[in-house]
Design a protein around this ligand. Structure first.
Ligand code: SF4
Length: 332
């Protein structure tokens, strides 16, 4: 199980969407797309200078920016994936007060962690975070490289780079969709969808100012959140007149149609409701009582649907069933 948001997935702590969203392998490259060409040296120097200067004045004071503790940074990264930055910022101190270090999280039961996670959505992230904490405790501490971090359960390439950059001070570039958008537009005048994930990473690696990865990556996330949004708000952007996208008079492509089923018709609502109801019922509920508590009948699905949904949640370790058939959050 990984907490890493899929490409084009969740929200990174800088407030942007989490990693990815690159061009599909084999997809045709748009005319004028930059490919893997390195950024213009003079342009890059000017963009770096203005972005870093702006960040010194206008960077956001987010709670996870006051720590260099790998565990705290990891908690922030996981919390902020697919959760609004404001909600993640509220939950961050509360979660750390309850589970202040990997040892505390690793020794908690899944039920305890899931109870604390309620209101944040995507409960699998909570279990993945706990699995990562257990692995860190078992190996006797944090690994030191991106490759080793990415080998921990629940950590993918983006999160590994984020922990290495924001906690360990390493010169590596975590690339969420905000970072990719700012760099692709400003340095290449391109839409980030014209770049594969590997090309985005190469661009970010090439743009990274040596010794300033923390500031630079935080600053790009803030520029992407405040200005270089899917529909850019160029007025007041620190890159402004230097931006190739702006100079080309480019316009953002229309948003891609969502492939996922709407919340009201997907299982997500019911999955969340089952865990939420059981979080408030330490002794558990039998299946009919649980179906009534989550109003499963309102889903108007075929017979057996709710039982199958419970079986999937059980297989994922999000709920457990005792020998008598009573359902509860996992106690071990
Ligand atoms: S000037 Fe506009 S397009 Fe260029 S980086 Fe800033 S917000 Fe994005």
């Amino acid at each position: 199980m990984s907490v890493e948001a899929a490409p084009s997935g969740g929200r990174a702590p800088g407030g942007g969407r989490a990693p990815g969203g690159g061009r599909a392998p084999g997809a045709a490259r748009a005319p004028g797309a930059p490919g893997a060409s390195p950024p213009d040296v003079e342009l890059l120097a000017a963009v770096r200078a203005s972005v870093l200067e702006w960040f010194g004045r206008s960077g956001r004071d987010l709670p996870w920016r006051r720590t260099r503790d790998p565990y705290s940074v990891l908690v922030a990264e996981v919390l902020a994936q697919q959760t609004q930055a404001e909600r993640a910022a509220e939950a961050f101190p509360r979660f750390l007060a309850r589970f202040p270090d990997p040892e505390a999280l690793a020794s908690a039961t899944p039920a305890e962690v899931l109870r604390e996670w309620q209101g944040l959505g995507y409960n699998r992230r909570a279990l993945a975070l706990r699995a990562c904490a257990k692995a860190v405790v078992d190996r006797g501490g944090w690994p030191a490289t991106v490759q080793e971090l990415a080998a921990l359960p629940g950590i993918g390439p983006y999160t590994a780079r984020a922990v290495a950059c924001f906690a360990m001070g390493q010169d590596v570039a975590p690339v969420d969709t905000n970072v990719a958008r700012v760099l692709a537009r400003s340095l290449h005048g391109a839409d980030p969808s014209q770049l594969s994930q590997a090309e985005r990473q190469r661009l970010a690696d090439a743009a990274l100012p040596s010794g300033r990865a923390w500031e630079w990556s935080s600053a790009l996330m803030d520029v992407g959140s405040a200005h270089c949004r899917p529909r850019p708000r160029c007025e007041g952007c620190p890159i402004g007149v230097r931006c190739r996208w702006l100079a080309l008079g480019a316009t953002a492509p229309p948003p891609r149609p969502r492939a996922a089923a709407p919340f009201s018709t997907s299982d997500r609502r019911w999955r969340g409701a089952v865990v939420r109801v059981l979080a408030a019922e330490p002794e558990g509920l039998d299946e009919p009582a649980l179906a009534a508590a989550v109003d499963a009948g309102a889903a108007t699905r075929p017979p057996g649907w709710f039982h199958a949904l419970l079986s999937r949640l059980e297989a994922e370790g999000l709920i457990a069933r005792d020998p008598g058939g009573r359902l509860h959050l996992p106690r071990t």
